[in-house]
Write a protein that binds this ligand. Structure first.
Ligand code: ATP
Length: 473
């Protein structure tokens, strides 16, 4: 069979290099990871669809998270609460009042920008939690230094805070439903808080315990330019851990460590991760850190790990009038549990993995692009090729191999174009192994297995393939 002789040279990964973002966006479109939503109608700002490989990757991220957070943890259970919830929940949580970002509009190009981000860019400590008056004051003080990130001009409207909750007319059949809206959830954790008592009463959990949930969240984000980093519809991975008040900081440190390790286990280089401490805490929070990833546009939040005191359950107890205290059999005390949380986004983890894995290297005369992604997360684990499309014996045998391996792994059968092209395509979507069935295979009942990263080729007997991959995948 034709050998893939171009051995790779050891060029460094360039995930965070200049121009990397454009390359990643282009790869995502070209290879079926991510498409702009409603593209044939001109798109819908800040909404994206996952294509065949993106859907696989997103599912694998969610599976890895669920395994880490629920399957491997005796003390954490899963939940899948609805997207729509009673509107009072969003009053109790403070979202109706305070879930707002400060917006200014460039008078020249009409770009709408987040003032807290513009202030941060010039090194001024600011965040979305500041009141309109507070951030206006900061703006006035630093006005001369702030430029429009779109056109470079410096003429803006006054600051206005915009609420991020997305409203709907669910169950409302009047003309003016916006007075009494039902919201699409702005975060998944509220579904966890309001089910805390149900979980407690229906399962064997005891404090300390956690509830984990994966689900969609919706936010009317003002600036939504960094591809899937900030979208208006996105998926969250959240775990809320209910604890004895006095143990809050001890458990918080443990959770921080656990979450950090998760990203290392996904294959992210520790140099591309860092902790960011929140300086301006909301009044009820004990401590708040974010895990940041070194995206091609710099270090930005990947996940929040926060110690929230008893604020969330106290608010829901107050607004619902229900008793949400925990009767602790061990201490004989009754209290509202404190909560520490871990909150990440599927899209941001995906973008981190794409940035981390995107690699260009020289292979002989050619440049090849590889997505060096953790094998467990790769959308396709094994690609199976007959050497030639027009040789029925090869196609038949390749189909047999495909038929037996697809029972265990996500596989892809490909007989399109020459072998070199098929390898390149699989490299770009991060497939760890490609199998080729050639004329020798017909006699020896074996295949060539080619490794994505080393490009090394090995002959393996067909009957031993399952075992071969068991040790590798
Ligand atoms: P940011 O400061 O970047 O707006 P945030 O602090 O508002 O994020 P949280 O409310 O803590 O974010 O949400 C938890 C996680 O959900 C974030 O760490 C991120 O991974 C994800 N997330 C939040 N907003 C978005 C969004 N608009 N698009 C994609 N993911 C998001």
């Amino acid at each position: 069979m034709k050998k893939d002789n171009n051995k790779p040279s050891s060029a460094p990964r360039n995930g965070a290099s200049a121009g990397a973002m454009e390359k990643i966006v282009s790869l995502c479109k070209r290879r079926g990871f991510i498409f702009p939503s409603s593209e044939i109608y001109g798109g819908l700002a800040a909404i994206y669809d996952y294509g065949p490989y993106g859907a696989e990757l997103a599912n694998n991220i969610k599976k890895a998270w669920w395994k880490n957070m629920v399957q491997l943890r005796e003390d954490i259970v899963g939940l899948d609460s609805a997207i729509f919830m009673h509107p009072k929940i969003w009053q109790a949580s403070g979202h109706v009042e305070g879930f707002a970002d400060p917006l200014i509009e460039c008078k020249k190009c009409h770009a709408r920008l987040r003032l807290d981000h513009l202030l941060e860019d010039i090194g001024v400590l600011a965040d979305e939690k500041m009141s309109e008056a507070e951030i206006s004051k900061l703006y006035k003080k630093n006005k001369k230094k702030i430029k429009c990130s779109n056109c470079g001009q410096a003429d803006f409207t006054d600051v206005k805070k915009f609420n991020l909750l997305v409203q709907s007319n669910l169950g409302n059949f009047t003309d003016d439903w916006s007075k009494d809206p039902v919201y699409l959830r702005g975060e998944t954790c509220q579904g966890i808080y309001v089910n805390y008592k149900n979980v407690l009463d229906s399962t064997r959990v005891k404090i300390p315990f956690g509830i984990a949930q994966i689900g969609k969240a919706f936010r009317n984000e003002i600036t939504a330019r960094q591809f899937i980093f900030r979208t208006r519809e996105f998926e969250q991975l959240e775990m809320q851990y209910f604890i004895v008040p006095k143990d809050e900081m001890k458990e918080y440190e443990k959770l921080k460590e656990y979450r950090w390790q998760f990203y290392l286990d996904l294959g992210i280089n520790k140099n591309n991760l860092k902790w960011h401490k929140h300086e301006n805490l909301v009044f009820y929070a004990k401590e708040a850190y974010d895990i940041e990833y070194n995206f091609p546009f710099g270090f930005k939040e990947l996940e929040g790990v926060h110690a929230r005191g008893n604020y969330d359950l106290s608010q829901h107890a107050k607004f619902s009038g229900k008793n949400l205290k925990y009767n602790d059999q061990t201490s004989g005390q009754s209290y509202i549990p404190h909560i520490i949380e871990s909150s990440a986004g599927v899209g941001r983890i995906m973008l981190a993995l794409l940035s981390e894995g995107y690699t260009e290297e020289k292979a002989g005369e050619e440049n090849r692009v590889i997505l060096k992604i953790n094998k467990e997360l790769a959308p396709i684990k094994i690609a199976i090729f007959p050497l030639l499309k027009n040789k029925p014996q090869l196609v038949k045998k390749a189909r047999q191999v495909y038929g037996s391996l697809k029972l265990y792994y996500m596989c892809e059968f490909d007989d399109n174009g020459n072998i070199g092209k098929r390898y390149r395509r699989q490299d770009e979507i991060g497939t760890p192994y490609c199998l080729t069935i050639d004329f020798d295979s017909l006699e020896k009942d074996d295949v060539t297995v080619r490794d994505r990263d080393t490009m090394k080729q090995t002959r393996v007997k067909i009957k031993e393939l399952k075992k071969y991959f068991e040790n590798r995948l």
